[in-house]
Design a protein around this ligand. Structure first.
Ligand code: MN
Length: 270
């Protein structure tokens, strides 16, 4: 493979745009700590632990000049990536380590339903919503990621507010079943990103099929990323997302650093 002068020039222009601030990097990752909210499944299902850690040494007798620790956390703790083998529909598909890196960097589009989710925490994204977005902004991009903004990132410091369980029912927004099928099977995107604890709506266990985002996306060899932050800083189109999970062999998912490259001329919070 050889680099054409055009491609060298393009990377140089990107480096220049980053240096000048014409392109900004927005961190879409929630901080990962012992306080990071985690999914709570009802009995009899097993639950993922939150992050915990113990010191191996902290500039002490066990390591006089260094500090380091051991982590325990779920593959699906905090801002994280869902690989196809996470779901039974994708069980013969890719683990995290097998995901081609080309699928982890691509154009991002943001559908903003924060007003709707503020008015109704059970808000469900529909095919009509997506078609209305496409009518205004063009088709969802090949190899792209659809990011669903709901304002839920503002709750991420508080497990109760984040999971929003009322009367044993999790009330959080997400796509409805037909929308999940449409996005996974009829659009060219490779992944969906959300601000909530999972890619499916809180009520999705009762959908037909249950947990349709997981079932359709992972069954189609596509991906999910959850618990995103700062989507308000992204324009509807025109940014690039970088999703960086650990290259975990046999991993069903992985905590991920998720970044976006955003033109600074686009709308930003002021
Ligand atoms: Mn997950």
């Amino acid at each position: 493979m050889s680099s054409s002068p055009q491609s060298l020039n393009l990377l140089g222009e990107i480096a220049g745009a980053l240096a000048s601030g014409a392109v900004r990097i927005v961190d879409l990752t929630q901080p990962l700590s012992e306080r990071t909210p985690v999914l709570q499944l009802p009995e009899p299902f097993a639950n993922t632990p939150p992050l915990s850690r113990r010191d191996l040494s902290r500039y002490d007798d066990a390591g006089p000049a260094w500090a380091w620790s051991v982590l325990e956390l779920g593959e699906h703790t905090g801002t994280h990536f869902d690989a196809p083998i996470h779901w039974i529909t994708g069980r013969d598909g890719q683990d995290v380590a097998s995901v081609p890196p080309e699928r982890l960097i691509g154009p991002a589009v943001v559908i903003d339903k924060s007003a709707e989710a503020a008015a109704d925490p059970d808000y469900l994204l529909t095919v009509d919503d997506v078609r209305a977005f496409e009518a205004e902004h063009g088709p969802l991009p090949e190899g792209g990621w659809l990011l669903l903004r709901t304002g839920w990132d503002a709750r991420a410091d508080d497990q109760d507010a984040f999971l929003n369980v009322e009367d044993g029912r999790s009330r959080t927004p997400g796509p409805d079943a037909e929308c999940a099928r449409y996005l996974a099977h009829e659009t060219a995107i490779v992944g969906i990103g959300v601000e909530t604890v999972g890619t499916d709506a809180g009520s999705a266990g009762g959908f037909e099929p249950p947990f349709p985002v997981h079932g359709y996306f992972l069954g189609a060899g596509k991906y999910g990323v959850t618990q995103l932050a700062n989507l308000a800083e992204l324009p509807p189109t025109g940014s690039i997302i970088i999703v960086a999970p650990l290259r975990l062999v046999d991993g069903t998912g992985s905590p991920a650093r998720v970044l976006a490259l955003v033109p600074s001329t686009s709308a930003s919070p002021t």
